[in-house]
Every structure is written in structure tokens, then in C-alpha cells.
Ligand binder design. Structure first.
Ligand code: ZN
Length: 243
């Protein structure tokens, strides 16, 4: 079975289409949330995810844009983009986002947007937060998004487990083995690791590996739509740099 793991699309249709084309046939697509927010195509992205993804969980931007949480903790640009998205979202797409289950369990995999302990808000961006969260799920593996940075945390077996941090490399499939893992596939629609190409992963259970991919897409197409929509300039600019 081949699964595509996508996250943090952020209403960037050009990036989502590029990733869907790149992955080819898969048995299932798992989406880790933040389908909307920041970008210019919220309805198109929700509709494409509904059509293509068998599993989807919500992110903080999805909940904010459908009114389930407020934006007091958002920076001003994110809050402005959220208000714009709220005006654009069609009722059936808003209802879809509002009804998504907070987490998802499938065999040896836990899926959460931020972290298993705090699925909407927590960033797993340090060894400390990874260590706390390894105790927060009971499957062998956990997929998260939210930081927009592709990364793998590995818990070495033992009574005093050590956490290793691994930067996934394109063209070097990462083996699934004895160690428990927290895996972040990076962001489709707003990468923040200095590489502007869309990021995603393939989970290949026949080969027992995770494969990591970066896919160039038409960034200027997305930026032109953001400009027309009047979205904040810094959100337009950051797509050029992947930051
Ligand atoms: Zn996000």
C-alpha cells in the first residue's frame, strides 16, 4: 500500500495540484490539516481535498476560518488572511472543515495536526516537545504538520530513550523499523525551511519506508491571485523564499 501524506496546503491550489500530479497513483491520501488560511483558493482546495483525501484532520487555520476558534493568537497578517477566508468560504466547505475529527488512528499510525497532546496548537519543533509527545500516543508512528518544516524525530529504544532528529533527504527513503517515529512531511502550500518547493511524503508499506519529495510549482500564479485578493504583502512575498 502507498499512502501520500500531505499537510499545510493553506489554500494554495497551484501547489496542491503540483503535488497531486507528482505523487501518481496511491491507495490513500492522508491530509494533516490547514487546508485553508493564508492563500487565495480556499474553496478550490477544500473541494479537491474532499475529493482526493480519504483521511483529513483539521488545523488551527481551518478551525479559525470556520469560526471554531478566534484569531487572538494569530499574528496580524494571519488574522487578516483568516478574515478574508471567512468571507470566501462557501457554507458546505465551512461545514466540512468544522466537522473534521481532531485526530485519526489507523493501524500503527496516529495523525494530528500540531501534536498528539495538543492537536490544534502545539508545535513539535524541539527534542523536548517531541519527548513529551512520544508519551502522548500509543501507536508506533505519528504524523504531524503545523511547523511547515519536514523533520523526523526518532525515539531510540531503551529505558531512558534518546531522541534523534533527522532531516529527511529526497532520494533517500527512510526505513521504518523498531524505533518509534514522529514524522512531519513539511508544507504543501507555504514551506518554511528555506526551500520554496511544495513538500510532501509517501508512506510505502510494501517497502516499509517513508519517501520525502519537493515539488516545484507555479509560485507566481498563486502570488498573482493573492495580490488581486488583497492579501497581506508579506504572505505573498514569503512564498518566493519558502519562509
Ligand atoms: Zn499551517
Amino acid at each position: 500500500m502507498r499512502y501520500a501524506i500531505i499537510s499545510d496546503i493553506h489554500a494554495n491550489l497551484a501547489a496542491l495540484e503540483a503535488v497531486l500530479n507528482h505523487m501518481g497513483p496511491v491507495d490513500s491520501i492522508w491530509c494533516l490539516g490547514d487546508i485553508v488560511g493564508y492563500g487565495p483558493d480556499p474553496n478550490e482546495c477544500v473541494e479537491l481535498v474532499r475529493q482526493k483525501a480519504q483521511v483529513c484532520i483539521p488545523g488551527n487555520h481551518d478551525w479559525a476560518c470556520c469560526g471554531k476558534i478566534d484569531t487572538v493568537d494569530f499574528n496580524p497578517a494571519a488574522a487578516a488572511a483568516c478574515r478574508w477566508t471567512q468571507r470566501q468560504l462557501l457554507a458546505h466547505n465551512r461545514d466540512y472543515l468544522a466537522a473534521l475529527p481532531l485526530t485519526h488512528l489507523e493501524d500503527e499510525f496516529t495523525l494530528a495536526h500540531g501534536s498528539p497532546l495538543d492537536p490544534i496548537w502545539e508545535y513539535i519543533a524541539s527534542i523536548r516537545s517531541a519527548r513529551e509527545n512520544f508519551a502522548g500516543f500509543h501507536t508506533h508512528y505519528c504524523f504531524v504538520g503545523h511547523t511547515h518544516v519536514p523533520i523526523i524525530f526518532l525515539e531510540e529504544p531503551g529505558s531512558l530513550p534518546r531522541i534523534r532528529v533527522i532531516s529527511p533527504q529526497q532520494g533517500q527513503p527512510f526505513p521504518l523499523g523498531e524505533s518509534r517515529l514522529i514524522i512531519n512531511p513539511g508544507s504543501v502550500g507555504q514551506p518554511r525551511d528555506g526551500n520554496p518547493a511544495a513538500s510532501y511524503m509517501i508512506l510505502d508499506l510494501a517497502a516499509n519506508v517513508v519517501e520525502y519529495y519537493r515539488v516545484p510549482y507555479d509560485i507566481e500564479r498563486t502570488q498573482a491571485k493573492m495580490l488581486t485578493a488583497g492579501l497581506p504583502p508579506q504572505l505573498i512575498m514569503r512564498l518566493t523564499y519558502g519562509w
